[in-house]
Design a protein around this ligand. Structure first.
Ligand SMILES: [Zn+2]
Length: 76
């Protein structure tokens, strides 16, 4: 696991692939790692200070964070 982090840090951030493990999508957004990890917890998110997401995964992230709020309201 640790070696993964080292490899990720060595990479040029501009050419870094999506932080979702197994996804090679082109990164369009850089977000807080914790937020992404919480929102996309079913995916393996590569650890780091920032998480980089491709377009489809960013959409999923936005959906997930919106969904949380809706669920909060529904269970209230
Ligand atoms: Zn992705």
């Amino acid at each position: 696991m640790l070696s993964w982090v080292i490899v990720a840090q060595r990479r040029d951030p501009r050419t870094q692939p999506c932080s979702v493990s197994g996804c090679q999508g082109e990164v369009t957004r850089s977000l807080s790692y914790r937020k992404v990890r919480d929102a996309l917890s079913e995916h393996g998110i590569q650890e780091g200070r920032r998480a980089h997401l491709c377009k489809p995964h960013y959409k999923e992230f936005k959906k997930a964070t919106k969904g949380e709020r809706t669920i909060d309201r529904l269970t209230w």
